[in-house]
Design a protein around this ligand. Structure first.
Ligand SMILES: NC(=O)c1ccc[n+]([C@@H]2O[C@H](COP(=O)([O-])OP(=O)(O)OC[C@H]3O[C@@H](n4cnc5c(N)ncnc54)[C@H](OP(=O)(O)O)[C@@H]3O)[C@@H](O)[C@H]2O)c1
Length: 277
């Protein structure tokens, strides 16, 4: 397949370059293609003539989105809108990556693809707006929602914990948000399966199981062989601008319905990440 990958320099983009390398892959970084620039998006997609565009470009600074609302909507809603229109014009499919932060966390059990979104933050609202553009403006789309990403490229929670552990004997980590930590390589592998299936629709793709940031942090330290004191704290103690869902575990019902296997457990994904590092 001829595939355009946008946001190719991000965490997930980095691993999709690896898992999609048997295809005719054209990776675009922000310098190559700004997805908020409608005429450039139309021109590039027309020139390349892909069968599918995989969009990993996003404004992912959740707290930054609260103070930069216009930019958040430009990139996370307007970007997918531009790509959806251009894909439809060029006869290409579109895969949009979305987030667990479209849910409010009040359900208390894992969210399925058919549960109603209710974002708590500008980031979540802008990503949901992106989903809506994609589903209303294209006939052939995949929306892949994922969560708590970490990978070899870019900054993430795993790298932050290791950095803080290198500086301090005691760490404080939030224990009242539960989610699905996901290794970008595992996600990228399943995206590679999904895009050849033609099973268009919404998918939740996360590593299995669930944990709090506190559990996740303790496991990172354990695998890294670092003995540190870890104090559980409340998210209120951090006073961050964006509200996060307390419980945003995703259930991968659509994957199972279409005969794909679920990803390995979050603990196994984390071990694999460390083996690669
Ligand atoms: N990270 C998570 O924990 C998480 C959780 C759930 C869902 N997701 C979703 O997963 C996807 C991938 O996330 P990620 O962690 O790989 O993000 P990332 O590392 O922040 O990568 C996003 C990439 O998009 C680029 N970008 C920003 N604005 C752009 C624009 N206008 N045009 C083109 N490229 C632009 C960024 O470039 P610069 O770095 O130069 O700005 C960056 O390379 C996103 O859709 C995100 O919403 C992420």
């Amino acid at each position: 397949m001829r595939i355009i990958l946008t946001g190719a320099d991000g965490q997930l983009g980095h691993d999709l370059r690896r898992t999609l390398d048997q295809h005719d892959l054209i990776p675009f970084t922000l310098d190559d293609l700004d997805i908020t620039d409608f005429s450039s998006v139309v021109k590039k997609i027309e020139e390349v003539g892909p069968e599918i565009v995989v969009n990993c470009a996003a404004y992912t600074d959740v707290d930054g989105c609260e103070s930069n609302k216009v930019l958040a909507y430009q990139v996370n809603a307007g970007g997918p809108q531009n790509l959806a229109i251009a894909c439809e014009m060029a006869g290409a499919a579109l895969l949009q990556v979305s987030t667990d932060f479209i849910f409010d966390g009040s359900k208390g059990s894992p969210y399925q693809e058919f549960d109603l979104p209710n974002p708590l933050s500008v980031y979540g609202l802008s990503k949901l707006a992106g989903e809506k553009y994609v589903s209303s403006l294209t006939n052939r789309y995949y929306i892949v929602r994922t969560a708590w990403l970490y990978g070899q490229s870019g900054n993430n929670f795993v790298k932050s914990i290791l950095k803080i552990a290198g500086e301090k004997e005691k760490l404080q980590i939030v224990d009242d948000q539960i989610g699905s930590p996901t290794f970008t390589y595992d996600l990228a592998e399943r995206i590679a399966d999904i895009i050849t299936s033609k099973g268009y629709g919404i998918y939740h793709v996360v590593n299995g199981g669930q944990c709090s940031w506190y559990d996740f942090g303790k496991k990172i330290l354990e695998i890294a062989g670092l003995e540190r004191e870890v104090e559980p704290i409340s998210s209120n103690d951090l006073d961050r601008p964006a509200k996060r869902p307390k419980y945003s575990v995703l259930d991968d019902l659509s994957l199972r319905l279409r005969g794909f296997s679920s990803l390995r457990s979050w603990e196994a994904g984390l071990v694999a990440y460390f083996k690669e590092s």
